[in-house]
Design a protein around this ligand. Structure first.
Ligand code: SF4
Length: 603
């Protein structure tokens, strides 16, 4: 593509797809309340590129040039954005693409064999291709695959557990057999708070949501008043469930105190941490709860415009959330006069496009604004200067859904659940070599052993070799450390992190060195490349690890481990964001805690 001379014209169907997306600009049609939102239309760059690709399978030169012209974005600048996202392609691609997960949870459940089969049996398919993919967020139904079909409806489908035969059928365009329904091991359980409606309520029906207690929390919030809601959230001691565990009430209070307007709310639904899928389950199973809890947050903090930033591999979550947003708007539960209280709030969905780093809050701002999804330096913090430079609340899906119970039962009652330092219920994504992978809700304080028991124990009566807590950015514990309490303080005392709630179990048959290599490759791929310690460190880390694992250390294994430590320290101390800061965590824990690289431990 010659960026100095984009002469090609879009095809009629590309033009139609792009016009439909840009013509649908909420900044122009008045459904957005946030003044200033529409000054530049650059924020529509990613949606417009996605629309063009969805129609023909890739972003052609004609489509790219047309988007640049319509949005007045310099082509070189837009090229940097388009090439940032793994799901976008500026190169011709067949209309049918199957992304097959080869990440660590799926490898425990047959992904390697599936991929080997596809490598053996597929060639240059007519109009179809398959690609390896990092974690697709369907670890409870591993091995997972994500199918995109240009110009069709539905254009995307996430499914699993997928067999080689089904993968070939998907590539051939045959009708796919009905996949197993969502795994909900605790569905309908009487003690559930966060998952109580998942698998019970009809996710497409506002009336059913209302019949199951929906929108009582928003009514109660209006009775409490904005300050009263924040008081309850402070009293609950709710902390963020996305990994950082920042006190939610303090974040809300800080935004509510800002003089600047407008203020924005972002629901971070870009869960891309390998092994994490709890937010998908909430969005697919109880989408109105996400919309209601966002509305409460917006009321409390004075935000008039909200965004749900959903990872691009979650088409069903997007569909159900959009249905919930539309239904709520039609019933006056979103819009200019919520429940006749004179409060304004509306929500728009923005889809990610395959970038792990876009789960970082400031990277989301850049992504929504139409720039490369690179994290920003902090300060300034988002509560002062976030999306479009305005005060912004960013909360993860699970964090927000907790607010419904807090508002209804009171913060003090909520704080009595769990432990004094880790309050409330918590969702854990139990996956890997367990009998019943899935999302499990427990009160903080349950142990790893309790959680494993809920998931039916290690599959096939094998022994647990190691458990990865917190995903690729987390750390391993040994298979005999099952009495670690799953609380923030318990994890801290054990020298690990709960992160986003991943509990990935590896039995004694799993080749852990290959798991570590996959984690190292993941960080190398997903580094946004903005800062040197992370960009270079993740590459050097993978190289050193590969030399150790393949038995070709430079000097000695001890020297390579010392090098890994040095690289890890540099990444931790000098990286801009959490990706670089945590990229060595799992490898370090495997070396120190599992003593994986000691004599005789490597196979
Ligand atoms: Fe990008 Fe890595 Fe730096 Fe984060 S730490 S900003 S991912 S290069």
């Amino acid at each position: 593509m010659d960026l100095r001379q984009l002469e090609a014209e879009p095809t009629a169907e590309e033009r139609e797809a792009i016009d439909a997306r840009l013509g649908d600009d909420p900044a122009r049609d008045g459904t957005h309340f946030a003044a200033g939102f529409g000054r530049s239309r650059r924020h529509l760059l990613l949606p417009a590129l996605q629309a063009a690709q969805a129609r023909v399978g890739f972003i052609s030169e004609g489509a790219f040039g047309y988007v640049c012209k319509r949005l007045e974005v310099p082509p070189a600048d837009a090229h940097g954005v388009a090439t940032f996202y793994a799901l976008l392609s500026l190169e011709p691609r067949p209309p049918r693409v199957l992304h097959v997960c080869d990440d660590i949870a799926c490898r425990c459940r047959g992904a390697n064999e599936l991929i080997a089969d596809l490598e053996r049996t597929t060639g240059d398919e007519n109009g179809a291709a398959w690609l390896r993919s990092p974690c697709l967020g369907l670890c409870d139904q591993a091995p997972a695959a994500f199918l995109t079909v240009a110009g069709q409806s539905p254009a995307e489908r996430l499914f699993g557990p997928v067999t080689a035969e089904q993968a070939r059928a998907a590539l051939a365009g045959d009708t796919l057999p009905e996949m197993r329904r969502q795994r909900l091991p605790q569905a309908g359980g009487p003690s559930l708070r966060l998952l109580k409606r998942v698998g019970v309520v009809d996710p497409g029906s506002l009336d059913d949501y209302l019949a199951h207690g929906g929108y009582l929390a928003l009514r109660r919030a209006f009775e409490l008043g904005a300050e009263g809601v924040i008081r309850e959230v402070l009293d609950s001691k709710l902390t963020g469930r996305g990994g950082a565990a920042f006190p939610t009430g303090r974040k809300w209070e800080a935004v509510a105190r800002q003089p600047a307007r407008p203020r924005y709310l972002i629901c971070n639904a870009d869960e891309s941490e390998p092994g994490t899928f709890k937010d998908r389950v909430l969005m697919e199973g109880d989408p109105f709860a996400v919309v209601e809890s966002m509305t409460i947050c917006a009321y409390a903090t004075g935000c008039e415009q909200g965004f749900v930033y959903v990872r691009g591999e979650y088409p069903l979550a997007v569909e159900r959330l959009q249905g919930a947003i539309d239904a709520a708007r039609a019933r006056g539960l979103l819009g200019g006069d919520l429940m006749g209280r004179g409060v304004r709030f509306d929500v728009e969905i923005r889809k990610g496009a395959g970038a792990y780093i876009c789960g970082e809050e400031t990277a989301i701002f850049n992504s929504i604004e139409g720039f490369r999804g690179e994290p920003r330096n902090k300060p300034p913090f988002p509560v002062e200067s976030g999306l479009f430079g305005k005060p912004t609340v960013v909360n993860n899906v699970e964090t927000l859904v907790n607010v419904l119970g807090i508002v209804l039962e009171g913060g003090a009652a909520y704080a009595r659940i769990g432990t004094p330092q880790s309050t409330g219920p918590k969702l854990f994504c139990v996956c890997g070599c367990v009998e019943r992978p899935g999302v499990y809700e427990v009160a903080f304080g349950a142990t790893l052993r309790d959680l494993l028991a809920l998931a039916g124990g290690v599959a096939g009566d094998r022994k647990p070799q190691a458990i990865l807590l917190g995903g690729a950015a987390g750390a391993f514990v040994r298979g005999d450390e099952l009495d670690i309490p799953l609380t923030f303080e318990g994890a801290r005392a054990a020298g690990v992190t709960l992160g986003s709630g991943v509990v990935m179990v590896f039995d004694d048959s799993v080749d852990l060195p290959s798991v570590l290599l996959r984690i190292a490759a993941f960080f190398r791929d997903e580094s946004c490349g903005q800062c040197v310690p992370c960009r270079v460190g993740t590459v050097r880390q993978e190289e050193a690890l590969l030399r150790i694992v393949t038995g070709r250390p430079r000097g000695s294994t001890t020297a390579e481990l010392a090098l890994l430590d040095e690289i890890g320290r540099a990444m931790k101390d000098a990286s801009i964001c959490g990706l670089g800061q945590t990229a060595y965590g799992a490898i370090e824990s495997a070396a120190r805690r599992l003593r994986l690289f000691e004599e005789g431990k490597l196979r």
